[in-house]
Design a protein around this ligand. Structure first.
Ligand code: MTE
Length: 395
């Protein structure tokens, strides 16, 4: 997405300290666990558990997001797990239940890399909040999405080694040790994906992020990366994998990461109610400039990304600077992989006065993003993939 702004280079990344997060840590800006090696200008949504997103213009400045700018979404305290202590168990519908060490995982399986965008289901919730309030949920703006080069082994190879059975309709559940106080009842984080997705070549047990050891804040020593699915399924600090007949009963799979009808009361929904979020939906966003920016008259370069659903591709981004009367096609970059966002840009000439920019994406099936955020509003504020809008002032 170009390096048009001053931003810190990846080589200046702070090293992550391997200590569990607590409220008592020092203030952001110091090299402490409270910042988890992140940039000083991260928008911190919660300090404990640590939740933060980068400013949109920072995201726009690189196709692969440096670790120091990558958003962090945590439902519990970040656990401190030494690689040598870590174990991964697989059980359930397998012929040979296994327990593997970190060294076994790294050396007994072929290594692979996948560039993949992780997107939180709550990304762009802030726009939904303007339609109707959503109490108790983080008001993520544009930055609960980032792209990394993930390195590890294929989950499929690991499942194969355990002799996973291949009956129709099986699911693969993931367990992690971090305890989520918001869950009802309070429990550790977990989720699941269908076995058919788990066996695809892009799904990794990853221990590397941008060619460095996976930092604790992002699931180190080992996490699952499920490209093409909402970030919630990419379980961090993975410790157990179960092949089972149905989806995970974990709170975050069975009750939380679901689209509920607008009139539903999220506090009284039962397990399995609503639509479980899985494949990403077609979306795009404007990252630079954004709402409220002031820009000088003349040439203005607008930058953003498009992201298609599981296995599909972004084919066109239309941009309007006259409230949708006319549309111009943005210049699309090649995506880094089939699982990565597709950066785009467009340079337009702007005159003094208010400016409304709209962007919308089309995919390879001819599908277009939904126009209005109001039509997508849901009680937990998930899945906002409405047309992207930015209102700014040219002066
Ligand atoms: N895994 C565990 N164990 N605990 C969590 O809280 N959060 C999930 C997912 N995996 C989570 C987790 C959510 S909601 C998202 S969007 C991604 O991790 C965020 O990954 P990141 O923090 O590396 O950006």
């Amino acid at each position: 997405m170009g390096n048009h702004r001053h931003h810190r280079r990846a080589t200046e990344e702070k090293r992550v300290t391997i200590v569990a997060s607590t409220d008592s840590e020092t203030e952001p800006g110091t090299d402490s666990p409270a910042t988890w090696g992140k940039r000083d200008d991260m928008i911190v949504r919660a300090r404990s558990p640590y939740n933060a997103e980068p400013p949109a213009a920072v995201l726009a400045s690189s196709d692969i997001t440096p670790v120091e700018a990558f958003y962090a979404r945590n439902h519990g305290a970040i656990p401190d797990i030494a690689a040598q202590q870590w174990r991964l168990q697989v059980s359930g519908c397998v012929d040979t239940p296994l327990t593997l060490t970190y060294d076994q995982l790294r050396h007994e399986f072929e290594q692979h890399e996948v560039v993949a965008t992780l997107a939180c289901a709550g990304n762009r919730r802030a726009e939904m909040l303007r339609v109707q309030p959503i109490p108790g949920k983080e008001p993520w703006e544009h930055g609960a999405i980032s792209t990394a080069r993930w390195g590890g082994v294929r989950l499929a190879d690991f499942l194969q080694a355990a002799g996973t059975q291949h009956s129709e309709g099986l699911h693969v559940a993931f367990e992690a040790p971090d305890v989520a106080p918001e869950a009802r009842p309070v429990q550790t984080y977990g989720s699941s994906i269908p076995l058919s997705k788990a066996m695809s070549s892009e799904v990794l047990l990853a221990w590397q992020m941008n060619s460095e050891p996976l930092p604790p804040a992002h699931g180190g020593p080992v996490r699952v990366v499920v490209p093409g699915y909402v970030g919630a399924r990419s379980v961090k600090w993975i410790t157990a994998v179960t092949v089972q007949p149905g989806p995970s009963e974990n709170y975050f799979q069975a009750r939380d990461y679901r689209i509920l009808p607008p009139e539903a009361d999220p506090d009284s929904v039962t397990s399995g109610e609503g639509i479980a979020l899985s494949s990403l939906t077609l979306s795009c966003d404007i990252l630079d400039p954004t709402d409220g920016d002031h820009v000088p008259p003349g040439a203005l370069t607008i930058r953003g990304y498009g992201l298609a659903g599981d296995g599909r591709s972004v084919e066109r981004i239309d941009v309007s600077v006259d409230d949708g009367l006319t549309w111009q096609q943005a210049v699309l970059q090649s995506p880094a992989s089939a699982w990565s966002w597709r950066p785009w840009s467009l340079t337009v000439d702007v005159e003094s006065g208010p400016l409304h920019i709209i962007a919308r994406a089309w995919d390879d099936t001819g599908a277009l993003q939904p126009e209005s955020v109001a039509s997508l509003w849901n009680p937990r504020g998930y899945g906002n993939n409405a047309w992207a809008r930015a209102a700014l002032c040219v002066q």
